[in-house]
Design a protein around this ligand. Structure first.
Ligand code: ZN
Length: 521
């Protein structure tokens, strides 16, 4: 074996450990009996320790050293999504076997360097602090008691600053946090795209609020038997291309999708007998994640060429099927008669138009996870803005509630009645997940840009959807987005697939098209 093969063999062992952890984690959240919790925590802790040892092993450092000269200070062009550079400033991979080798070495080096730069004592401190902070946060949220959480947020922000300093960054400490979820993205570029998005979203949401048109409220909150929701949702997930010979769908409390490895991807959802939207669009969302996992190249499992590109790209795949496809008229022209058959009598008085309007209702709300497609991104822009201010020190953790209300009012013209419905609603900060939120809106942006291009490349996709056919779109996504794995950074993938840098325009065009028709604006 040469150095490269040894490196790959070593890294694959790390990824195998990770995938064993994933199956244990899936079980923990689906079928594990409650009394198994302590033993499972011990198993997961041990696996995490083994994984960390594998990834930070000096052996990887030696092998990387044998493979290439020390990396230059800036191995990747910054701002490749910014549009200020030529379309392909530095081809990351010319393709082919040599190209794949270069990609794998580059990405393993990135993961390794990030892991070894952060001192073990800091990793431990973050793990300890966030594990306690999550309990404090849960109680604070219940009691609407921000002051009890404030000192913990302060500790977490300080630790994340330390982490950013250890990882290193060029312009903003926030870039170092983003790098964990969205490699290559920069705060400066996201700030620019989000500002453009916000400028168009605010008037759109305002016009919808003023239109006076409202969908019927009762349609999606009728009695939908849970076993039938399961059958219907599973059939829809299979129709859009999720392979149930290589995956499953089970129930859990907080839905997720876990790609265990080739031939095995686990979807989860939750059902409520009177909330059809939670189960159904939740399944489409997770199935979109699952189709991405199933579309990765099994030959490259355990290496960067066979791994997902970024969380933003992952989220683009879930939102594309959930929203762009799954809330559209063509999709429901096929599925609505089947929905009526599945729930006999439940929707007899409901027309397709009524149903579509209910499924695409826009309503200002305080809670992110309950937000619709139009207002959702405002919730994210607010969080992104606050996280940056926290990291630069412009915002003190104790001032978060006031700053939250101010920003919320500026964008959504409402003030949250309390912190439980404001800055205490999400678990992310208590887990130390600063830098995670923007990937949700990046997902919406990429989804709109990808499907706009698919429609250009493939012609009339709506005609496919009307007869319940989704193979052409799925095949296009497999080839253009899934198979490349980590050969390209998210921004470069977007440029290659769509011919343009990331832009707010496709998402705005899609939202305007939809809501102008529904709300007569
Ligand atoms: Zn998702």
């Amino acid at each position: 074996m040469d150095s490269y093969q040894k490196l790959i063999a070593h890294f694959k062992e790390y990824r195998l450990l990770e995938s064993i952890g994933a199956i244990a984690g899936w079980d923990q959240h689906t079928y594990m009996p409650p009394k198994g919790a302590n033993h499972r925590a011990a198993q997961m802790g041990y696996l995490a320790k083994l994984g960390h040892e594998k990834l930070t092993s000096p052996r990887i450092g030696e092998l990387l050293g044998e493979l290439a000269p020390p990396s230059p200070p800036a191995p990747l062009p910054q701002g490749e999504r910014g549009g200020s550079l030529p379309p392909h400033p530095q081809p990351l991979s010319p393709g082919g076997e040599k190209g794949d080798e270069a990609v794998n070495v580059r990405e393993i080096r990135r993961a390794y360097e990030r892991a070894v730069k952060v001192p073990g004592t800091l990793v431990e401190e973050i793990a300890k602090t966030t594990s306690q902070a999550q309990n404090v946060w849960a109680e604070a949220r219940k009691q609407n008691d921000f002051p009890s959480f404030a000192p913990w947020l302060e500790k977490i922000v300080a630790l994340k600053r330390e982490e950013a300093a250890a990882v290193g960054y060029k312009d903003s400490p926030y870039d170092a946090l983003l790098d964990e979820y969205e490699p290559g993205a920069t705060a400066a570029e996201i700030t620019r795209v989000f500002a453009e998005l916000r400028a168009d979203l605010v008037p759109l949401v305002g016009a919808i609020a003023e239109s006076g048109k409202r969908p019927r409220k009762d349609i999606l909150t009728r009695e939908f038997a849970v076993d039938r929701q399961h059958i219907f949702g599973q059939a829809a997930a299979a129709a859009i291309g999720f392979d149930f010979q290589a995956g499953r769908l089970d129930t859990t409390v907080h839905p997720f999708c876990s790609g265990i490895g080739p031939g095995d991807c686990r979807l989860t959802t939750r059902y409520h007998p009177r909330e059809f939207n939670q189960g159904f669009w939740g399944i489409l969302h997770e199935a979109g994640h699952g189709i991405y996992e199933q579309g990765l190249d099994p030959e490259h499992f355990g290496t960067p060429c066979g791994s997902f590109a970024s969380l933003g790209i992952h989220e683009s795949q879930s939102r594309l099927w959930e929203n762009q496809v799954g809330r559209g008229r063509p999709f429901w022209e096929h599925f609505f008669p089947r929905l009526k058959q599945t729930f006999p009598g439940t929707l007899d008085d409901v027309t397709l138009d009524d149903f579509l309007f209910a499924a695409n209702k826009v309503e200002k709300s305080f809670i992110r996870v309950e937000a619709d497609e139009a207002t959702y991104n405002m919730h994210i822009i607010l969080r992104f803005d606050m996280e940056q201010a926290l990291m630069t020190g412009d915002l003190k953790p104790s001032d978060v509630p006031g700053a939250w209300s101010e920003r919320f009012k500026a964008m959504l013209d409402q003030t949250p009645p309390d912190d439980t419905q404001g800055c205490l609603q999400d678990i992310h900060w208590s887990m130390g997940g600063l830098g995670y939120f923007p990937t949700y809106t990046l997902g919406n942006l990429y989804a709109a840009q990808f499907i706009q291009q698919a429609r250009k490349d493939l012609g009339d996709l709506d005609a496919d959807f009307r007869i319940g056919r989704f193979e052409r779109l799925k095949g296009w996504l497999n080839e253009k987005v899934h198979r490349p794995g980590q050969r390209y950074r998210a921004g470069e993938l977007c440029q290659r697939v769509t011919g343009s840098a990331l832009s707010h325009k496709p998402l705005i065009a899609y939202l305007r098209g939809k809501y102008e028709a529904l709300y007569n604006i």
